[in-house]
Design a protein around this ligand. Structure first.
Ligand code: PLP
Length: 395
């Protein structure tokens, strides 16, 4: 077992499923346990001062976390994986580890709400500057770049508008400006999209979502090929202490082993539900990158293996009340925030996840009153379809 540096294990075969099951892990050296144990220990005994087996104190590193980090690196085909106590803790570490007051960040204008809050309310007061643009518009993105732009923060697909940004094109823009690119890959998961191979410097995951996959943990991850970034991020973990515990690391590791199987079903179910919704007379615009009518369909087809498990749609009756009727009418789809678990979830951005955006601004970016977001789970498609059909009939 390697110590603090969890590099991808290059000895295992390159198939995604094989890496998902094996990367970062070997049978426990003490017992042969096939699953990496939960090393629930804060500290590790030394035989003489400074003489130890690679671990001293669990804020800095812990064997269960090391296995997870090797696994995450394996999934993204990265040199380094670094785990954090949450997705936003990973974002926080990237900004603190790589940027200084006066630096400028260009990012998308329909950013995940928690990322938006961190940028605007934590880092802006500390002297970082942010410009929010529609990153599907390359000209607008290029125009937002300045000499002091150090980072492009990309999300694709976005939440909840399901916009698709062209990662490769954005990486070219950034490179010409000497800026780095970080991609929040939470919605796609590494099974569908590998931003490092498209030129990105950093990949961020809320492993709370698809990587964990069972709605039972909060955890974040950053993957990178850059030794310099990895060192800066590990320094943040050690110094600021946003380290995930051994139990959550174990649960995430158990989750990633079936990522490829779950994603296949998420994608299949979502594709069939998107078709169903697209044909439904109570439903207006359906936002799913797998539909040929989606403006980002061609880019998504090029940079993603499949189109994912997230769908947003509007009602023909575009009122908050109409949306609430649907949200209160499902049985299989649970009304809840978050996404990426085996269970299907339904939520209403205008009154839940994105309620803090003023209504005018919200509508301006396309986040209409009746917009409903689905995280399509791995249940039986007929049950999901029947559930939605019944809820829509009440509108
Ligand atoms: C949930 C989420 C995050 C934040 O992750 P946490 O684990 O909740 O801290 C960041 N980006 C996206 C796209 C998310 O969905």
């Amino acid at each position: 077992m390697s110590t603090s540096d969890a590099s991808a294990d290059h000895d295992i075969p390159s198939g995604f499923g094989t890496r998902a099951v094996h990367a970062g892990q070997e049978p426990d050296p003490a017992t042969g346990a096939v699953m990496t144990p939960i090393y629930q220990s804060s500290t590790f005994a030394q035989s003489a001062p400074g003489e130890h087996k690679g671990y001293e104190y669990s804020r800095v590193s812990n064997p269960t976390r090391t296995a997870l980090e090797g696994n995450l690196a394996g999934l993204e085909n990265a040199e380094h994986g670094i785990a954090f106590a949450s997705g936003v803790a990973g974002i926080d570490a990237i900004l603190k580890g790589g940027l200084r007051p006066g630096d400028h960040v260009v990012t998308t204008n329909d950013l995940y709400g928690g990322t938006f809050r961190l940028f605007k309310e934590v880092f802006e007061p500390y002297g970082l500057d942010f410009t929010f643009v529609d990153m599907t518009d390359l000209e607008a993105t290029e125009a937002a770049l300045r000499p002091e732009t150090e980072l492009l923060w990309v999300e694709t697909p976005t939440n909840p508008l399901m916009r698709i940004a062209d990662i490769e094109a954005l990486c070219d823009l950034a490179a010409a400006n000497d800026a780095d690119v970080a991609v929040d890959n939470t919605f796609a998961s590494p099974f569908l999209q590998q931003p490092l191979s498209l030129g990105a410097d950093l990949v961020l995951h809320s492993a709370t979502k698809y990587l964990g996959g069972h709605s039972d943990l909060i955890l974040g991850a950053v993957c990178t090929d850059s030794d310099e970034w990895a060192e800066a991020l590990r320094f943040q973990v050690k110094s600021a202490g946003a380290s995930p515990g051994p139990m959550d690391s174990f649960l995430a590791l158990r989750g990633t082993k079936t990522l490829h199987l779950r994603m296949e079903r998420h994608c299949e179910n979502a594709r069939r539900l998107a078709d169903f919704l697209d044909d439904h007379d109570k439903v207006g615009r359906v936002r799913y990158p797998g539909l040929a009518s989606h403006p980002g369909h061609d880019i998504a087809a090029r940079q993603m293996e499949d189109f994912g498990g997230m769908i947003s749609f509007e009602l023909t009756d575009d009122r908050i009340e109409a949306a609430k009727t649907v949200l209160s009418g499902t049985d299989v789809f649970l009304l809840a925030e978050s996404l990426g678990g085996v269970e299907s979830l339904i939520e209403h951005p205008a009154s839940m996840t994105h309620a803090s955006i003023p209504p005018e601004e919200r509508r301006e970016i396309g986040l209409t009153d009746s917009l409903i977001r689905l995280s399509v789970g791995v249940e039986d498609i007929d049950d999901l379809r029947t559930d939605l059909d019944r809820a829509l009939a009440a509108v």
